[in-house]
Design a protein around this ligand. Structure first.
Ligand SMILES: [Zn+2]
Length: 232
């Protein structure tokens, strides 16, 4: 991952040399691709002379790791490489203290583990609860709206179930016994599928106005479904 970045002023900038050269301070030759600093436009300095040779390189790409390693490193540097094609320095990563990187890595691992465990717990719970919820919702819907076509009943129940999955702290049984929840789900479905509501919204009609204007249609379909007659 590269991204144009001139480093923040307080951080040293380390360059990846694009040619062989030698340190302007100690005279030690370096090869293309080595980390160097610049004392001046034509004064490359090796890392030991620059006092940064104890730092280790962390390539760009893992944002959380980079952020944490930078936070824990008393001294860090930004590593850039000059792109001849784009005529600018591009950020390649950072140099940080090894202890800081180790600490950052440990934290990121903990997070990843914790996230994975939470995901597992959620999906197990969801699978158990949702099938039950879906079945009961569909049964109650068909009982209350016998005229509702089966495929639409399924769609309504699945949608309600999806929404329900995102909620916490409500028991399925408490929710399922409430006919109002069924009515709301059914009416929302009718509004979207059997009226011009969505088109009105798309055309910029205010939500309240759009709802008002399709109310009669929604009532008509809902009454038909309740009475056991499928709507056209
Ligand atoms: Zn040197």
């Amino acid at each position: 991952m590269t991204r144009s970045a001139e480093a923040t002023p307080e951080k040293p900038v380390v360059h990846i040399s694009f040619r062989d050269g030698s340190c302007s301070e100690c005279g030690e030759p370096f090869l293309k691709g080595r980390f160097i600093l610049f004392d001046g436009p034509d004064r490359p300095v090796c890392l030991p002379c620059g006092g940064l040779d104890h730092l280790i390189f962390l390539p760009s790409g893992d944002t959380a790791l980079t952020r944490r390693a930078t936070k824990y490193s008393v001294l860090s540097a930004v590593v850039v490489q000059f792109s001849r094609r784009r005529k600018r320095n591009e950020r390649q990563g950072i140099l940080v203290e090894s202890a800081a990187l180790e600490k950052a890595e440990a934290e990121c691992l903990d997070d990843a583990d914790a996230r994975a465990r939470a995901r597992d717990r959620a999906s197990v719970k969801r699978e158990a609860m949702d099938l039950d919820y879906l079945k009961r919702f569909t049964a109650q819907l068909m009982d209350r709206y016998p005229g509702c076509p089966a495929d639409e009943a399924t769609a309504i129940a699945e949608h309600a179930c999806e929404k329900y999955s995102g909620r916490v702290g409500r028991s399925a049984s408490a929710k399922i016994l409430d006919d109002r929840a069924i009515d709301l789900a059914v009416r929302a479905h009718i509004r979207h599928v059997h009226t011009g509501y969505d088109r009105l919204l798309a055309a910029g009609t205010p939500r309240a106005e759009a709802r008002e204007s399709v109310l009669g249609q929604v009532d008509r379909v809902a009454r038909k479904w309740m009475s056991g007659k499928a709507a056209s």
